[in-house]
Design a protein around this ligand. Structure first.
Ligand code: FE2
Length: 226
């Protein structure tokens, strides 16, 4: 990590805040005793910074209209430096949507209300320059969105930065998750989220099969009816 100098040119411009968010998550994982995920996070090559969005390519995803509000809400639970890092990362990453979701959206407004952005490690679109055991990123959901149950072979830790309701199993009830407390999903464990009046912004850490995207598990809860 080269935080001693503030080189704002090239990829280094994005590295420091991304590594600051990794350090934030590392602290929460330590507190939760998540040794395996901590080791995977520590194994990430700090230079394996996933590409920033060029300024000419904002992505155009409708959910990004809620990003500023989501970051502001998230900052209420973060110290100044972490809040600055979050704002810098959220504003520079490439926000995307899982291709399988685009091909098969679960309901009418989902694609208008969801995006994610991997900012350390390989994305689910392919391998990084070196084999990696982990990938870290951000999830953004607009208010009033149901993100139905889905699953993936990667182990996952989420750190919610704003309030939303979460379900951690097929048919499991949706309950408000505590902001700043890590949530764990084992490989292939179905999980789902619902936002109410506020957007959801959450950090995620995938370990293991990080290049295999999520798929819907479908129909486990009446709450997921569009
Ligand atoms: Fe997940």
């Amino acid at each position: 990590m080269t935080s001693g100098s503030r080189d704002l040119s090239g990829s280094d411009a994005g590295a420091a805040p991304r590594l600051a968010l990794a350090a934030l998550l590392r602290g929460r994982l330590r507190g939760a005793g998540a040794a395996d995920q901590l080791a995977a996070l520590d194994s990430l090559d700090p230079q394996d910074v996933t590409g920033s969005a060029p300024s000419a390519d904002p992505g155009g995803l409708p959910v990004l209209a809620h990003l500023e509000e989501a970051v502001a809400l998230a900052r209420e639970g973060l110290d100044h430096d972490d809040g600055e890092a979050l704002a810098a990362v959220a504003g520079s990453v490439s926000w995307v949507q899982t291709e399988a979701y685009r091909q098969d959206p679960p309901h009418g407004n989902f694609l208008d209300g969801y995006a994610h952005a991997t900012f350390l490690g390989p994305t689910d679109g392919g391998q990084g320059p070196t084999p990696a055991a982990a990938a870290m990123g951000l999830l953004l959901l607009a208010p009033g969105v149901v993100y139905p149950h889905h699953a993936h072979p990667a182990d996952e830790v989420y750190l919610p930065l704003t309030e939303a309701r979460w379900s951690h199993g097929a048919g499991a009830p949706f309950e408000v998750a505590t902001v700043g407390t890590a949530l764990h999903h084992r490989p292939w464990q179905p999980h789902a989220m619902i936002t109410d009046a506020r957007p959801l912004l959450a950090l995620y850490l995938w370990t293991g099969a990080v290049t295999v995207p999520a798929t819907w598990t479908r129909g486990d809860s009446p709450a997921e009816a569009p």
